[in-house]
Design a protein around this ligand. Structure first.
Ligand code: PMP
Length: 422
């Protein structure tokens, strides 16, 4: 399958070789590199993408969840163009666009106050800087498998080598495990915050139980530390995100991805007395700046999309039918080495040595991954016209129809029939 991939994609291959002259590894997002070379995409339209060699794929990558609105939504286009014409991009000043979007985010995600950033990474960096300042303490507990940004990832129980201030993080060993979480949190001195995703995204699309998240919250509070919920990925799964859905009442929430309408975006917000740190009228707070934090294109497009496309009703319907899609895939793969995880429109899939129906944390599958099968699946899905994230991830796009999703289910069925020993 890999040999056919190479033969079918000569232009991607040569573009990658050329790109590697200027970019280490030929790209500027490590996560997008795949061997022997990544596909170069030329165009996206609706729920489809076309690569440089002219193949058309149903886009199940969905820009790793930021691409919820698809590639050419007419309202996004219209808002971008009309805002550019009427306001310009960046005015070096506060604008009504910023105020209106902030109000909408506060109402939807039940935040007393919010601040915008340019990425989810930045939102998390500010959230724990805020937690440190607020508590006067230093340490942050995160979970093994947690991903909170390019410089904030904890893939296998340790901070990745590029994590800022590594010594300030304590990594709890098992996501979804109440006992070890409470034990870790209770044992840490100088604890400012606990930072957790309600679904571990990059860690394998593994949903947490409410019991786990409540126990983490309560353990953090018992230590006088803040409970920060990273909803950069999960804010699309329920109208107010999973924090509101599950009644978690976090102290701070971080947001990002699709909320910028497909453009670069992040935000952090929450409790009034914590966010008051960022009020320049009050002495002793924290500065939070960023040239593009309030650029009009993102403010106006993010708001229009949330108000007029991803209404609470649309959000609920979309995630309900996505759950149905995942259940179909799970029932197909029952008793095989392929297993699907996830929540609503975010879906993970895992090929493992053993046959399993669920994954509760990365430790359940670490060391048991069948990367050979995972890669075979990816190559064969490409041949069938489906573009997925090679490491085992699907983020659905609003515009994808039920018939298109059913076609993917059939392609998975055919794959499992072709390789019946899986
Ligand atoms: N937190 C989570 C849970 C994420 O999934 C991501 C991005 N994958 C981030 C933070 C970082 O967001 P960004 O890529 O916008 O910096």
């Amino acid at each position: 399958a890999e040999a056919r991939f190479v033969a079918n994609n000569p232009r991607s291959k040569s573009l990658h070789e050329q790109a590697a002259q200027a970019l280490p590894g030929g790209n500027t997002r490590t996560v997008l590199y795949t061997s022997p070379f990544p596909l170069s995409m030329k165009q996206g339209k609706g729920a489809y993408v076309w690569d440089e060699d002219g193949h058309k794929y149903l886009d199940l990558v969905g820009e790793l969840s930021a691409g919820l609105y698809g590639h050419s939504h007419p309202l996004i286009r219209e808002t971008l163009l009309s805002t550019f014409d009427s306001a310009g991009v960046s005015l070096g000043a506060s604008t009504a666009h910023e105020q209106a979007f902030a109000e909408l985010l506060c109402a939807r995600f039940r935040l007393a106050r919010v601040r915008m950033t340019n990425s989810g990474t930045e939102a998390n960096l500010h959230a724990f800087a805020g937690a440190r300042h607020f508590t006067g303490r230093r340490k942050v507990v995160v979970f093994s498998g947690g991903y909170h940004g390019g410089v904030l990832s904890f893939p296998d129980g340790r901070p990745a080598a590029n994590v800022v201030d590594q010594a300030d993080f304590v990594v709890a060993p098992r996501y979804n495990d109440v006992a070890s979480a409470v034990e870790t949190i209770s044992a840490v001195g100088d604890l400012a915050a606990v930072l957790v995703e309600p679904v571990q995204g990059a860690g394998g699309c593994i949903p947490a139980t409410r019991e786990f998240l409540m126990a983490v919250r309560d353990a953090a509070r018992a230590k006088g530390a803040l409970f920060i919920l990273d909803e950069v990925m999960t804010s699309r799964l329920a109208p107010g995100g999973l924090g509101v859905e599950m009644g978690l009442e976090p102290d701070l929430v971080t947001l990002g991805k699709y909320l910028g309408g497909g453009l670069a975006f992040g935000a952090f917000g929450g409790r009034e007395n914590v966010m008051a740190l960022y009020d320049p009228r009050i002495e002793g707070g924290l500065a939070h700046s960023g040239t593009f934090n309030n650029n009009t294109l993102v403010m106006a497009t993010g708001r229009a999309a949330l108000e007029r496309i991803y209404t609470p009703e649309v959000c609920e319907d979309f995630n309900r039918s996505a759950d149905e899609f995942r259940r179909k895939l799970s029932s197909l793969s029952k008793g095989t080495r392929l297993c699907f995880t996830g929540c609503g429109s975010l879906i993970g899939f895992h090929f493992t040595d053993d046959v399993r129906d669920e994954v509760l944390c990365g430790e359940d599958i670490n060391g048991k991954e069948r990367k050979d099968l995972r890669d075979l699946f990816w190559f064969e899905m490409l041949e069938a016209g489906f573009w997925t994230v090679r490491r085992g991830y699907i983020a659905l796009i609003l515009e994808t129809s039920e018939a298109e999703l059913n076609a993917f289910v059939e392609a998975v069925r055919a794959f499992l029939n072709r390789h019946h020993d899986i």
